[in-house]
Design a protein around this ligand. Structure first.
Ligand code: NAG
Length: 219
């Protein structure tokens, strides 16, 4: 009897997850074609000036999604950067938006870095703003190369090795199940850097943004 009840509970849990997964699109506010246009506009407005591009992006997003419409909550404080160590790569990120089904960040480093993309439960759109990102998956004998204005699209459930050669900054948009990406995003902190202040600020900012969005009904 106990095992029948457990099997039934597991079945219901899986059915609920699969139903939620089938309807997750209804919670998306941002969209890839718009963000690609926005990234290209930002590059054209301030070539080789990442700070200028970021200002352009934030100005556009705050007028496209004004707080009065309560569609999405944005973090407009572009001085709020934290280190991010994940998959062996190291850079810094500024979280523009984080909710249960979407995030938008600026990620990069002026030094260059290299690592594993992670195997994620979200589709990932990596819009290069400055520098280049190189990537490769097993079996490919030549690298993929992404330059400013390009998007490196990584569908959920796929992984690559990537390198931000000689420094690169990108506008990264992920849509899918964001909380499930966090163990990958934090693992290197526990197994390598032990950078507790960075862990504290990453969790604090992410939780704050997710809660702000939840309170306005943005899942
Ligand atoms: C924001 O960027 C999009 C995409 O480039 C553009 O179509 C739109 O006109 C911009 N909006 C504002 C208010 O600048």
């Amino acid at each position: 009897m106990k095992w029948v009840a457990r099997a039934a509970a597991l079945f219901l849990f899986c059915a609920a997850c699969s139903w939620l997964d089938s309807i997750k699109e209804r919670w998306y506010v941002l969209n890839p074609p718009f963000l690609h246009e926005l990234a290209k506009d930002a590059i054209a407005a301030s070539p080789d000036d990442p700070q200028g591009m970021i200002s352009h992006i934030i100005t556009n997003l705050t007028s496209t999604y004004p707080s009065t419409t309560r569609a999405i909550s944005l973090n407009t404080d572009s001085s709020e950067w934290v280190f991010n160590n994940a998959g062996g790569a190291m850079g810094a990120m500024y979280i523009i938006h984080a909710s249960i089904t979407e995030y938008l960040i600026v990620f990069g480093t002026p030094l260059g870095t290299e690592g594993h993309t992670g195997l994620h439960t979200a589709d990932d759109y990596f819009h290069i703003l400055v520098g280049e990102q190189w990537a490769f998956r097993p079996g490919a004998l030549e690298m993929e190369r992404y330059a400013p204005g390009d998007v490196h699209y990584l569908p959920r459930g796929t992984a690559k090795q990537y390198k931000m050669h000689e420094g690169c900054f990108a506008l990264e948009y992920a849509r899918g199940w964001i909380p499930l990406m966090m163990p990958f995003g934090l693992a290197d902190t526990f197994t390598s850097t032990l950078d507790v202040p960075t862990l504290y600020h990453t969790v604090r900012i992410t939780a704050r943004e997710m809660i702000k969005n939840l309170l306005m009904g943005k899942i």
